[in-house]
Design a binder for this molecule. Structure first.
Ligand code: EPS
Length: 383
């Protein structure tokens, strides 16, 4: 698996770093493009005070000559505005955060040593790094977007038929939600949760359009693309469930309603009219949009804290209260997009060779002819 992403940095350290290794030479990348992705991650109704402070911007430190990759690792730096050298220690782990497990695992006497790295602030580095993967995917006509399908128990009911419209509506919404009526109800739920000192979770859907068939593997368990997508998305902070396509709904119905019938036309190649499989069959992309859903638990930092224990004394005490968000479901969509994009770019590099972009594109064109496939018109093919 040729592409690698390593991040470094703590929530209130000097800054965050992403190193992306394995990109082909010849790819034009732009800091402004990364900045747009970082800004999308910062937005969303329900975010807290930190996002008023930060103005996340990318500085590319290596791997480019004249804005074009040279096959070397690309390092991207995002400075933290809110960085601190001295902080009061924290003794009361928050249930649901990595506070207590971090203390146990590393033998810390201060929860802060765990929470600084465990913080979802790290996702800024992921988005910065994965923006390079997104720029690579665009060279192949692949686009990745996300929208919120559920928040605080409120579900979308009215979605446009075309994926492009879902994307545009989500992009224009402060909740990244394509159903304005549901969004209004979600906003009310967020306001009520803020009042109560509580938090909310939800479900995001990530969609990748223009993905060719044949990425991934049905041969090796650890190279199956659905497994790799699930791992990458599940690794995002507070994500507790991942589904490909309509997985959980399909599990309840019979087989004849669970699959996507196959059609062929000379000019168009193979195609489907439905996308119940979410673009993956046998761990391999099938040429339909890749659709991945992720369930995010409500954030664990509560203004009305749950019961915990003082780690120094063992005495009961409420969990620590630190600055946080009421919900970060819209932001999680942007982070999950980043993870999906990274996995797809990795699979693309694997299949088409990743030394030089030109070679990759030549191999890609040849392959599309052999596989008899043209990009699907982006209708929201649902059962
Ligand atoms: C942040 C995500 C959340 C924020 C954090 C910034 O991380 P956590 O997992 O720690 O809740 O609350 O901001 C702070 C830690 C803070 O000082 O406000 C992000 O996405 O950038």
């Amino acid at each position: 698996m040729p592409l690698r992403l390593v991040t470094a940095g703590e929530s209130h350290g000097r800054g965050l770093v992403a190193v992306v290794e394995g990109l082909p030479a010849g790819l034009r990348v732009e800091e402004a493009y990364i900045d747009r992705q970082l800004a999308r991650r910062q937005a969303g109704y329900g975010r807290g005070g930190r996002m008023q402070i930060e103005r996340d911007r990318a500085e590319i430190l290596s791997g480019l000559v004249d804005g074009v990759t040279i096959g070397a690792p690309v390092a991207v730096l995002v400075w933290n505005r809110d960085w601190r050298t001295e902080e009061v220690p924290i003794a009361r782990p928050r249930p649901g955060h990595a506070d207590l497990v971090g203390v146990q695992k590393y033998g810390f006497d201060d929860v802060r040593k765990a929470l600084e790295r465990a913080s979802a602030r790290e996702t800024a580095a992921r988005v910065a790094g994965a923006s390079l993967a997104l720029q690579l995917l665009e060279e192949f006509g692949i686009e990745v977007f996300s929208h919120v399908v559920e928040l605080g128990g409120v579900r979308v009911t009215q979605l446009p038929q075309r994926w492009e419209e879902v994307r545009d509506r989500a992009e224009a919404s402060d909740l990244r939600c394509a159903d304005p009526e549901a969004a209004e109800e979600m906003r009310r739920a967020i306001d009520a949760a803020r009042e109560r000192g509580d938090t909310l979770g939800g479900v995001v859907e990530v969609v990748a359009l223009g993905v060719p068939p044949g990425l991934g593997s049905y041969v090796h368990w650890d190279r199956k693309l659905d497994g790799r997508l699930a791992q990458a998305v599940m690794s995002v902070h507070a994500i507790k469930g991942v589904a490909v396509g309509d997985a959980f709904a399909l599990a309840a119905g019979p087989g004849h309603q669970a699959h996507d019938e196959i059609f062929y036309e000379r000019d168009r190649g193979f195609y489907r009219l439905t996308n119940r499989a979410g673009g993956l069959e046998g761990g391999v992309t099938n040429g339909m949009p890749v659709v991945v859903r992720a369930a995010m638990k409500p954030l664990s930092t509560l203004r009305q804290p749950l019961q915990s224990v003082d780690i120094r004394t063992g005495a009961p005490a409420p969990g620590a209260v630190v600055r946080s968000d009421v919900t970060a479901v819209p932001a999680a969509g942007v982070v999950c997009e980043a993870m999906v994009a990274f996995v797809l770019a990795d699979a693309l590099c694997e299949k088409f060779g990743a030394d030089a972009l030109e070679d990759m594109q030549q191999a890609y064109r040849h392959y599309l002819q052999r596989a008899r496939w043209t990009p699907t018109p982006p209708v929201r093919a649902r059962p």
